[in-house]
Design a protein around this ligand. Structure first.
Ligand code: ADP
Ligand code: MG
Length: 699
């Protein structure tokens, strides 16, 4: 068999199970071979029956000396196997539900296999009951003789992710022979390159050890070895892209004419902070250079990234080029649209909103699309809709991606493909872990805005009960301020969860806040309605906005001074910080109130961090340490192929090492034509990696 062959041809799998395995992204022999366990269960030690500890799991081995079944109750039967290992006897039990009307014997199969005189390995929980040593059978393996090597005993047993229709036993039975037979087929890119071999294992050994390790230490070494290969490949692709980008001259030429920038600056009601000034300088320098800009603007929530983006957009417009800024939600896009429109009023530039709602009516759509295509529109503000096929630009030269962590690499590529030499500016308040920064973002320059605009009063954060939160909210409303109340919806499409949020909002409207003006906003509302509610809230037509996390990013309502976050323990810290950033945007003292019903020590500790600091970078660091729900580390959300063994948090050293190694290899052998690089060439052309390299080198 070849690594690219479909798994359905592997013995014991077949079309039906192959179909189930696709749910785990297992299609080919290679996928199965590299479907590494998520954990290991320690079954190395076989405990003597005389030594078992009660209340604990153990593996035992003994000879079957007796078997019998009995009814424990009307609905429960027990089949007992007495095993003896020379040090003592234990009663091992299978439990089965039965009904008095049942005709067949629920233990028929088991009775046939468990014959007196056979030997058995058993894993289960040991107990002492009715004056007897007992073990509840969770797993077993039978044998006729004592010298037999068991499959799932006496070793670290791999624990795999499963899907409907596939058990651990199935998984083990597919993977064990495959690893034994085919692990050697896996191409090794390290061994060929003598110089880059460290004290790691050859790749085939790593594959074997990852599935069936001799020890946990070996498993970790195997993981690192495989990770080394994964990261080296990625770095090779990145290096190739870098070389290509370096040698590509762009044709866009910008000059600072100040035709638009000066009137814009004069109209602003504030001065730029030093951080904003520095960022603008760096961006302008990139744009005016002969190479494409690929820059990330990082700044905490509220640091004023929007006006920095607008400055870049106006530089492009001064030179007759189009810009697009995309945001992850319609609400945010609309908000940017209105902010920009307001800020460029009186200047000779045209702006259009491109979202699924703005493109809904045919007449309006034709108008907008035509004006973008013929160049009448200079600035396009929108959502994912901007990346659709039907949106064509005359001369797009700057793409700004707001809240970039919400977009995947593929989407960014689609946007870049809309123009010829598109400068790209990404903006985020979510700092990127160093390991990730060194992978794909290694190709990117970074500007950081460290300070918040002056006279900002830091938001005060408290953990408290619901009722005292509402008391405080009423005080704020008395002062003419506005309140957000946020309910978590883990899944915006989960109707049950949504219903409970809507119900709680209705209850609030009828009780505590009976006399207040209250509105509800959630992800399932039509975009038009959402925007209308936001707009009315901004116009102070409501005192309270009850919302699901649709308000998480970017919303700017300076008159809102309090955000109450319900079930705060269900959010990651990054999200909490984003939510908190919705207040404290004006001149007034603002509050973030975390309401949590969880008694867990861990969640109390996590929430305490929120009360101690307003620094988004520190929060991200703490979150990373505690390894919350993967908000910062999910490679999928960054549009990467998932790493099989590599871990962008743990493997910073390996990533660093492979970066140098890749540069070295590519310098000596840019076409990867040397014999020792044969396997690299092979893997880079692999479908998965080929797609990635295409994406990275767009533009
Ligand atoms: P974020 O970086 O989170 O996207 P925004 O761009 O939305 O932040 O800015 C937050 C608020 O701060 C906006 O109301 C904006 O007008 C205001 N702002 C931006 N820069 C300054 C500044 N230099 N001085 C005062 N206010 C500013
Ligand atoms: Mg923003």
């Amino acid at each position: 068999m070849n690594l690219s062959d479909n798994v359905q041809f592997i013995k014991g799998i077949g079309p039906k199970r192959a179909e189930a395995l696709t749910k785990l992204s297992i299609f080919t022999l290679e996928d199965l071979l590299t479907f590494f366990p998520r954990d290991y269960q320690d079954r190395k030690k076989i405990t003597k029956i005389s030594d078992v500890s009660f209340g604990q799991h153990a593996c035992i081995f003994g000879k079957i000396v007796n078997t019998y079944s009995q009814n424990a109750s009307a609905t429960m039967s027990i089949f007992t196997v007495e095993a003896d290992d020379g040090t003592g006897k234990i009663s091992a039990n299978f439990y089965r539900r039965t009904s008095p009307y049942q005709k067949f014997d629920v233990f028929a199969g088991i009775k046939k296999s468990f014959k007196r005189g056979l030997f058995v390995y058993i894993y289960g929980l040991c107990e002492f009951r009715f004056g007897q040593k007992q073990i509840n059978i969770e797993d077993y393996e039978l044998t006729e003789n004592q010298g037999f090597t068991p499959n799932s005993f006496g070793r670290l047993l791999p624990v795999y992710d499963l899907t409907y229709g596939i058990t651990q036993k199935n998984m083990l039975s597919f993977i064990k022979p495959v690893v034994e037979k085919y692990a050697d087929l896996y191409p090794d890119i390290i061994s060929g390159n003598e110089k880059y071999k460290t004290n790691l294992m050859p790749i085939s050994e790593a594959v074997k050890q990852l599935h069936f390790p001799d020890s946990l230490e070996k498993a970790e070494l195997a993981r690192k070895s495989f990770a080394m290969q994964e990261f080296l490949l990625l770095q090779i692709i990145l290096t190739k892209a870098r070389i290509k980008n370096k040698t590509t001259e762009k044709i866009n030429r910008y000059q600072i004419t100040k035709k638009l920038l000066t009137p814009f600056k004069n109209k602003l009601k504030f001065n730029f902070t030093n951080g904003q000034k520095r960022a603008i300088n760096e961006i302008f320098k990139d744009m005016m250079s002969g190479k494409n800009m690929n820059r990330m603007l990082m700044g905490d929530v509220g640091s004023g990234k929007t006006v920095v983006a607008l400055s870049a957009i106006l530089l492009a417009a001064e030179n007759g080029y189009q810009s697009a800024i995309i945001a992850p939600t319609e609400i945010l896009a609309e908000q940017h649209y209105l902010t920009f429109k307001n800020m460029i009023e009186g200047l000779n530039v045209n702006i259009e909103l491109v979202t699924s709602s703005s493109l809904k009516s045919k007449k309006k759509r034709d108008e907008i699309l035509a004006s973008v295509e013929n160049g009448t529109t200079n600035i396009i503000v929108g959502t994912h809709s901007v990346m659709e096929e039907r949106v064509k630009f005359k001369n797009l030269s700057l793409a700004v991606i707001d809240e970039q962590h919400r977009f995947g690499v593929l989407q960014k590529a689609a946007l870049l493909a809309k123009g010829k030499f598109v400068d790209i500016l990404m903006m985020t308040a979510t700092p990127i872990p160093r390991g990730l920064a060194m992978t794909i973002y290694g190709e990117m320059s970074v500007s950081v805005i460290k300070e918040l605009p002056p006279n900002r009063i830091p938001v005060k954060t408290y953990c408290t009960t619901e009722s005292s939160a509402y008391d405080k909210a009423l005080d704020e409303i008395e002062k003419g301020n506005q309140i957000f109340i946020v309910y978590p919806l883990v899944d915006e499409s989960d109707n049950l969860e949504l219903k409970s949020a809507v119900q709680e909002a209705e209850t609030l409207a009828e009780t505590v806040f009976r006399e207040k003006r209250i509105a509800l906003l959630h992800g399932k509302m039509p975009p038009k309605e959402k925007n209308e509610i936001m707009q009315r809230f901004k116009n102070k037509e409501f005192d309270i906005l009850v919302a699901t996390t649709v308000i998480e990013v970017g919303i700017d309502i300076p008159n809102a001074t309090m955000i109450i976050i319900q079930h705060a323990d269900r959010y990651g810290l990054a999200t909490l910080h984003q939510l908190r950033g919705r207040v404290g945007r004006g001149q007034k003292q603002s509050y973030c109130i975390l309401v949590s019903s969880s008694r867990g020590k861990n969640s109390a500790q996590r929430l305490a961090i929120m009360t101690q600091t307003n620094d988004g970078f520190k929060i991200a660091e703490e979150d990373l340490k505690m390894r919350g729900p993967g908000e910062f580390t999910g490679t999928m959300q960054h549009g990467f192929p998932e790493f099989k063994a590599g871990d962008i948090v743990k493997d910073v050293d390996i990533i660093e090492y492979t970066k140098t190694a890749a540069a070295d290899i590519m310098e000596k052998d840019p076409d990867l034509s040397l014999p020792e690089n044969k396997n690299i060439r092979l893997l880079v052309s692999n479908k998965k990696y080929a797609q990635l390299s295409k994406i990275i080198s767009v533009g």
